[in-house]
Design a protein. Structure first.
Length: 387
C-alpha cells in the first residue's frame, strides 16, 4: 500500500494537454494584460493576506516578500506596511503575470510538467517582480514533484534557494527536497532533509508550521520504512497540536492515520478520519483531499463486501454506489493529483462490476481498467492488467 502512495506512476503522454504555442508570446501577453486590466478594475485589483489566526488583510498591494516579512501598501497610507511572514497562511494576488495564470490552468487540467515549463519561463523573466519569480519556481518544483519528476524538482528547489535565498518559500523548498528523496525511497537522505528543515525553521524564525511539517514527514518516512508501531498515536498527537491553526497539517495526519487504520482492518475508525478531512477540505491540499475520497471509497467498498457476506444485498448495493461516487470524484475533480488516479480508476471499475443494474456497467469497468493500465509502474495498473 505505501509503495503506491510514495511512488506516483506516470500516465501516457497522450493524456496530457499540449502546451500553448510560444510564437505569439508578445501579442498574447499584450492581450492578456488588456483583459486582466478589464477584469481586475476597481477593488478587485487589491491583493489579500490570509493569516493563521483567521484574520485577513485586504485592499492591499504586495511589494516584497521574504521569509521574515511581507511588505505591502494600503490605500490612503503613505508608507509601506509589513506582516510577519510566519503569521501568514496564504497570499492572494489580484494580478498575475499571464504565464502564471496559464500555468495554473495547465496544472488544474493535470498537465503538471507543462505547467512547470511555463513557470520556469516566468522565473527567467527579469521584467517580472522578484517575488512572483520566486512564486513561479516553488510552484514549478511542486508540480515536478507531484508528477514524479523528482530529480527535476530538486534542481528547481535548489535554483529557488540560490536565486532567492530569503524567499518566503524557504520552508516549502526544503520540505520539497526531503519529499523528493522520500518518494525516491532514499530514506536516510529524506530524514536528513527534514532535520535540516527543522533546524532552519528554528534558526530563521520561520514559525511553528515548519517544525510540524518536518515532524509529519519524518513520521511518514518511518511509515514508508515499514515501521507501523505507535504511528497512529504519533500522528494523532501532531494532529491535535496542528488542528485549527495549521489545519492542513492536521488533515495530512488524519489521512495517514486513516490509511494505517484501514490496513489494520479498522474500517469504521478509518472512515471517520477520512470524513474529517473531507469536512475540512476547503483548508487542505488537493492531494490530501483526493487521498481522503479514495480512502472513504475504500471503506464504503469494504462495508459493501461485508454486507454481501451477511446476505444484505440492498445495503451492499448502496455502499458500492457510494464507493463508486468517491472514486469517480477523484478521477474527475482531481486530475492534478496523479498519484491518486490509478487507485481511483481501479476501484471505480471494481465498483461498476458489482453494480450490474447500472447501464453499460461492464463496458464502463473495462474502459476504466484500460485507463488505469496507462499509469505504468503503479501496483493498481498491474492489478488492472490481471482483471
Amino acid at each position: 500500500m505505501i509503495d503506491s502512495l510514495i511512488r506516483p506512476p506516470t500516465a501516457r503522454s497522450s493524456t496530457i494537454a499540449p502546451l500553448p504555442s510560444r510564437r505569439p508570446r508578445r501579442l498574447a501577453r499584450l492581450w492578456c494584460a488588456v483583459l486582466l486590466g478589464a477584469l481586475t478594475s476597481g477593488d478587485l485589483r487589491a491583493d489579500e493576506l490570509l493569516l493563521h489566526n483567521g484574520r485577513s488583510l485586504s485592499g492591499i498591494t504586495v511589494v516584497s516578500e521574504t521569509y521574515e516579512t511581507i511588505k505591502y501598501r494600503k490605500r490612503g497610507l503613505g508608507s509601506a506596511q509589513s506582516e510577519t511572514t510566519s503569521d501568514v497562511r496564504e497570499v492572494r494576488y489580484s494580478k498575475l503575470p499571464p504565464d502564471l495564470r496559464a500555468a495554473e490552468e495547465a496544472r488544474a487540467q493535470g498537465n503538471l510538467l507543462g505547467a512547470a515549463e511555463l513557470l520556469v519561463e516566468v522565473a527567467s523573466d527579469e521584467d517580472v517582480e522578484p517575488f512572483h519569480r520566486a512564486n513561479a519556481l516553488i510552484s514549478a518544483g511542486d508540480s515536478q514533484l507531484a508528477a514524479g519528476s523528482y530529480a527535476a524538482a530538486v534542481t528547481t528547489y535548489d535554483r529557488l534557494l540560490t536565486d532567492f535565498p530569503k524567499t518566503r518559500h524557504l520552508g516549502r523548498a526544503l520540505s520539497g527536497k526531503g519529499r523528493a528523496a522520500l518518494m525516491s525511497r532514499q530514506f536516510d537522505t529524506a530524514e536528513e532533509a527534514f532535520e535540516t528543515l527543522r533546524t532552519e525553521a528554528a534558526d530563521k524564525g520561520l514559525g511553528d508550521q515548519w517544525p510540524m511539517e518536518a515532524e509529519f514527514w519524518g513520521l511518514y518516512t518511518s511509515e514508508a520504512r515499514g515501521e507501523k508501531s505507535g504511528l497512529v498515536a504519533k500522528y494523532g498527537g501532531l494532529r491535535d497540536r496542528a488542528a485549527g491553526t495549521y489545519q492542513d497539517i492536521a488533515n495530512k495526519c488524519a489521512l495517514r492515520m486513516g490509511r494505517v487504520q484501514f490496513d489494520a482492518g479498522k474500517v469504521p475508525e478509518a472512515a471517520d478520519l477520512f470524513q474529517e478531512i473531507i469536512d475540512n477540505r476547503l483548508v487542505s491540499e488537493a492531494e490530501v483531499v483526493a487521498g481522503a475520497f479514495n480512502g472513504r471509497g475504500r471503506c464504503y467498498f469494504a462495508q459493501a463486501q461485508q454486507a454481501v457476506g451477511g446476505g444484505d444485498a440492498v445495503t451492499a448495493s448502496e455502499q458500492y454506489r457510494l464507493a463508486l461516487f468517491d472514486f469517480l470524484r477523484v478521477h474527475v475533480s482531481y486530475p492534478d493529483v496523479p498519484k491518486e488516479q490509478p487507485e481511483a480508476l481501479y476501484w471505480a471499475a471494481e465498483s461498476f462490476k458489482n453494480l450490474p443494474d447500472i447501464q453499460d456497467a461492464s463496458t464502463r469497468a473495462r474502459a476504466l481498467l484500460q485507463r488505469c493500465k496507462t499509469y505504468t509502474g503503479s501496483p493498481w495498473a498491474e492489478k488492472a492488467a490481471q482483471s
